[in-house]
Design a protein around this ligand. Sequence first.
Ligand code: GDP
Length: 472
Amino acid sequence: LANKMAVKSSIIFKNMQKMGIVIAKNQIIDKHTAKIISEAMGHKVIMHVDNALEISLMKDRDINIGNKKIRAPVVTIMGHVDHGKTSLLDYIRSTKIVSKEAGGITQHIGAYHVSTPNGIITFLDTPGHAAFTAMRARGASVTDIVVLIVAADDGIMPQTIEAIRHAQSAQVPIIVAINKVDKVGINIEKIKKELMKYAIISEDYGGENIFVSISAKTGFGIDELLAAILLQAEMLELKAEYDCMASGIVIESFLDKGCGPIATVLVNEGTLKIGDIVICGLEYGKIKAIRNEFCYHVFTAGPSIPVEILGLSGIPSTGDLFTVVRDEKKAREVALYRQSKFRDKKLSFNKKTNIENLFHGIDDAKKISILNIILKTDMQGSLEAIKDSLEKLSNKFVLINIISSGVGAITESDATLCLASLAIIIGFNVRADSLAKRIIETERLDVRYYSVIYDVINDIKKSISGLLKPVY
Ligand code: GDP
């Protein structure tokens, strides 16, 4: 633990004493205690599915705690295809970003930020939920607010519902932007009423979701939308440390022929500077250059401001976390260690999830185990029947939580939701489509196919009583 936090073990002992945890010198502590101690010492701890602890090296964190300042909200735009996600991102980009130097053209780097009279907003500029869930799957929550775009002439469509589920399962507040209001013969009230079925309730119906009518084509309502985002952000009280070594997340990355690996990152805490040494996923490096959306070189990047960084040893993945450390040699060691662990993990042909280890997802507050299920069936009738029977299996120790259900094939969206929320997928008389198959195979998701309702219920029942052996 001392190694991971890059401190002397005596310092850990001292901190433990302060917290009233007293142990003998070589006594083993469990992971929960390790987590509590590390967090109390100002480190960020992520507990992985395989129970491995990832402790980010943030030596300076504890010194600066309590010195947080407001940061810009990070927004993802989601919604059904053709409802105007790209148009909205393009409209905001082209009208609201004013380059400080003449002739500055924004480059696509995966995110951009705009300054409005009320504050700065950062948009992830990969529309849709693929990037959103890819990041969540890695345990990173980069989005503060989701703007759900619904075309007024089309209404609630399947991907609208998927987007709602993704945002709700990530517990990210949703602002609804009703788009294409420049068209004639549209009915906004109908959309509002329909969204209530999905627990999206507008303020005029007594709910908490902000609704804004917009046109991504004419620009109508866009200023109101930006103001609404900042209002929502204010309620969230988004704050970050500015004055410490930076940590954050990778939004995009690629290999540039001339410059080598380039990653777009978003700083969560601290300020990133040229010359900083970073550990970034399986890579490490000394930052050679920092560039903003205009491809202009800058010296630093603070919280919520997207920048490209140059100088990494390789290309990190979207959703990888990065942390600035002091010692380049240590950074290299950590990266190499992670690479070897990653190879080991790839070799051991374990499923990412299976019912047994999913049940470890214990809700500490309620002291019950939770099994998240995504259910896909061929017909509405079987969907209702299976859903009802499964939910009835919940008891005071186990909660069967159907996070998403629907009629039709298992899609890419089901697979990414499964990955992000540590669920299993049950396919009843349906199969996975080719995109979903790719994710299921590479991530080794737990997907179970059935054609008899009794078998579904029985399998889950058995696994609840711990009888079912993991299927590899
Ligand atoms: P995406 O698939 O959600 O990214 O949707 P797009 O942004 O590509 O938009 C789909 C189509 O709707 C395009 O032809 C746009 O020009 C059109 N569109 C987008 N926003 C509006 C709008 O506010 N009004 C009208 N009339 N058309 C729009």
